[in-house]
Design a protein around this ligand. Structure first.
Ligand SMILES: Cc1ncc(COP(=O)(O)O)c(C=O)c1O
Length: 423
């Protein structure tokens, strides 16, 4: 019989027992030491690539405390909206340390990105006239490429030819030529093909595709690109039997292609950027939740005080998130449960048919690998309130980096006085 947890935790049951005295469950807790150790390993591996920079995908964990820690390590910010640009600005990430990648972009977002001196990554050729009219063309511009039928995608991001993002190949040539004519001086190229990808060959395929384009773009337009941004999408081992991506292997594979394609064709130096989110914060966030009810009908249910409004990935992607029953790590997984929240949606389940140790009311469950695209995807349907975010620092200290929402937050966009006078 299997044992409950083969995934390590950065805290003990005793520590969580102390933390819940001040911060009621459900809450997110991030492991600062683990996160920073990983970031340093990531940067060391990719530093073999010319001009390497990682632009942390803010959408993964849009918390300024986390962003401040990452900035200190040298990471920039990949922003996709006005509020994300404001977040970057408030932690002091500005200028070309910001990459602005959006789609269907409103004018004020282009204006703000331009004001901040961010690298604007344009999603469509028609946006060039829109950007010029509303914000003016910048000196440095980047285009997002969608290879369409030339590449397969993967489950989260989908098939490129069905995806709404980016320029076609022909549009790239046209766009670069047009911008050159209009006086734009510096150019970059971006793509984002896969998401949560564990196969390192996929990153090599992306590098090969973009390096090939760098050569072609030069032939067709005379432009020497300054950088390529290979996007995010490095996956994490959500399941205990999966293996983490070896950063060194990914970086070395890209480096070999760089020598073969970029150096050989005299396009060196070309800077290499990434904009990963998941692999930077994902494994270092945990959702801590308490068992409220045990229900036995046609199946056995464990009802916890978190719900899909706190973590939506299992419901929308069928994503696996490992669960540890705190203090029962060594107990045999004798029972099969669905672990559910309280939302009036039957897909509000953190796990379906999951073998776990016998659970009792009050048991604390830890849901793993929620540091990226976890709290960030939270919502308020059914009047559910977003949970707090805590940071576990060295020596076991805890800092609240976002408080729990209250009913006042939920009602803050409503004018009750106006409603009372309303006939
Ligand atoms: C344009 C873009 N860049 C980067 C990312 C980050 O992806 P990941 O967190 O999987 O690395 C995303 C994720 O949705 C994205 O849409």
């Amino acid at each position: 019989m299997s044992i409950n947890s083969t995934k390590p935790l950065p805290f003990t049951k005793k520590q969580i027992g102390e933390i819940v005295k001040n911060y009621p469950t459900p809450f997110y807790i991030y492991d600062e030491e683990g996160m920073l150790k990983n970031v340093r390993k990531f940067l060391k591996a990719f530093s073999i690539l010319p001009g390497f920079k990682e632009y942390f995908a803010v959408k993964a964990t849009p918390n300024p405390f986390i962003m401040k820690l990452l900035k200190k390590e040298g990471l920039g910010a990949d922003c996709s909206s006005f509020p994300e640009l404001l977040l970057a600005q408030c932690v002091g990430i500005t200028g070309e340390d910001v990459m602005f990648t959006s789609n269907d972009t409103p004018a004020r977002e282009y204006i703000k990105a331009k004001e901040m001196g961010a690298i604007i990554n344009v999603d469509d050729i028609s946006h060039l006239a829109f950007l010029e009219k509303n914000a003016g063309l910048p000196d440095l511009i980047c285009f997002r490429y969608n290879p369409g039928p030339l590449r397969g995608g993967n489950i989260i991001i989908g098939d490129p030819k069905e995806a709404k993002y980016g320029f076609t190949k022909e549009q790239l040539f046209e766009g670069y030529a047009l911008c050159k004519k209009k006086g734009v001086k510096r150019f970059g190229l971006h793509t984002m093909i896969v998401s949560n990808e564990l196969q390192i060959e996929e990153f090599q395929k992306t590098a090969q595709m973009l390096f090939g384009l760098v050569i072609e773009i030069h032939k067709r337009t005379g432009i020497n690109l300054e950088f390529v941004n290979l996007g995010g999408g490095i996956g994490i081992p959500y399941k205990p039997e999966q293996k983490a991506v070896d950063y060194d292997k990914v970086a070395q594979g890209i480096k070999v292609l760089y020598e073969q394609m970029i150096v050989k064709n005299q396009h060196h130096p070309l800077k290499i950027y990434l904009e990963c989110g998941r692999v930077i914060t994902g494994p270092y966030g945990f959702l801590v939740t308490t068992t409220l009810h045990l229900k036995h009908i046609y199946k056995d249910y464990v009802g916890v005080d978190a719900c899909m409004a706190n973590l939506m990935r299992p419901a929308i992607y069928g994503a696996y998130h490992h669960i540890t029953v705190l203090g029962k790590e060594k107990m045999p997984c004798k029972k099969m449960y669905d672990v559910t929240g309280s939302l009036c949606e039957n897909n509000d389940k953190f796990a379906i048919n999951r073998k776990l140790p016998e659970i009792a009311q009050g048991d604390i469950l830890v849901i793993h690998d929620v540091g990226a695209h976890g709290h960030a995807m939270g919502f308020q349907y059914n009047g559910k309130l977003r949970s707090a975010e805590l940071l576990l620092r060295g020596h076991g200290t805890v800092v609240q980096i976002r408080r729990q929402e209250t009913p006042d937050d939920y009602f803050s966009t409503l004018d009750f006085k106006k409603m009372q006078a309303f006939r």
